[in-house]
Ligand binder design. Structure first.
Ligand SMILES: NC(=O)c1ccc[n+]([C@@H]2O[C@H](COP(=O)([O-])OP(=O)(O)OC[C@H]3O[C@@H](n4cnc5c(N)ncnc54)[C@H](OP(=O)(O)O)[C@@H]3O)[C@@H](O)[C@H]2O)c1
Length: 275
């Protein structure tokens, strides 16, 4: 029988070993809070991002909490480099949980123009392609051992596409669809897949969003909700739950009615430095 660890982290039920966890996009925001939430004695954390100084600050926080930390300073859109890093990490610390979290936000700016080609390409490269590569490598390695969990950080925008961030919404809807497909493909393999759909989190991404941000939560609270869901082996972790229900309700009415009710939530997006 497959032995999928309920917490997605082998050894979490006892003993000194707390398993190994890799988090991409861990230099800031939600990823940094997830790294700190998982940091404890006996845990090996692999944290990945481009900014070495920011990543090192997160590593120091995690080490202070007793975790062993391996930093990977790399761009997740460099697929071969990402795969090589994951394989080397796995050889030393077999992967128990991989969280594909690295992401970019973008949308329609004050000029009212749709996203430029370079912005669309960057959003899809980081939010969709790199997350798929991360999950594919993890799935291959975990499947051979018949245990592990992969978490994909998507967004409630996957369920309620945002008129003011169409390409971003498409990237997250694509990743959510990929996660559901991968979960079924891995059924009975001992490897679980969790699709995570958060609402607004107070990070550099929401700082770009000019408009109302209903139910904005701290990255620490969001990390707690996600960790609790992963510990329970949930296949879908969508929150805040009342927003999810509003979205479900909204899908039952014609799109113009949905758009009319949502008009006070329209926003513009400042260009992030990387576009
Ligand atoms: N904030 C929200 O309201 C919200 C809501 C729903 C979902 N999410 C999702 O949650 C995830 C985390 O977002 P956040 O809000 O924490 O944003 P953030 O504060 O901007 O953090 C993004 C992280 O991704 C990393 N990253 C970006 N591009 C990368 C690349 N090419 N290679 C490696 N790392 C890269 C960044 O590190 P470097 O810059 O150092 O590379 C950073 O650590 C994203 O997938 C986002 O879409 C956020």
């Amino acid at each position: 029988m497959p032995t999928e660890a309920p917490a997605g982290v082998a050894g979490s039920s006892g003993g000194a070993a707390r398993g190994s966890v890799v988090i991409t996009g861990a230099s800031a925001g939600l990823g940094a809070s997830l790294a700190v939430a998982y940091a404890e004695p006996g845990r090996v954390l692999g944290i990945v991002a481009r900014r070495s100084d920011a990543l090192e600050r997160v590593a120091a926080l995690c080490r202070a909490r007793g975790a062993e930390v391996v930093s990977g300073v790399l761009d997740v859109t460099e697929g071969a480099e990402l795969e090589a890093w994951l394989r080397i990490f796995d050889a030393g610390h077999p992967l128990d949980l991989v969280i594909a979290n690295a992401g970019l936000f973008g949308g329609i700016g004050a000029d009212g123009l749709l996203e430029a080609e370079a912005e669309v390409a960057a959003l899809l490269a980081v939010n969709l392609k790199a997350a798929i590569v991360t999950a594919n490598v993890a799935a291959t390695l975990m499947r051979a051992r018949r245990r592990g969990r992969i978490a994909l950080i998507t967004s409630l925008a996957a369920r309620h596409p945002l008129a003011d961030a169409p390409a971003y919404s498409a990237s997250k809807a694509g990743l959510s669809a990929y996660g559901e497909a991968l979960r079924e493909w891995l059924a009975d393999s001992g490897v679980g897949v969790s699709v995570v759909l958060p609402g607004h989190i107070d990070t550099a991404q929401t700082a770009l969003q000019k408009g109302v941000l209903p139910d904005l939560m701290s990255p620490e609270s969001a990390a707690r909700v996600i960790k609790r869901g992963l510990d329970r082996g949930r296949s879908t972790i969508a929150f805040p739950v009342h927003l999810l229900w509003l979205i479900r309700l909204g899908r039952c009415v014609p799109w113009r009615v949905r758009a009319w009710f949502g008009r006070s939530l329209r926003f513009t997006v400042d260009d992030p430095p990387s576009f």
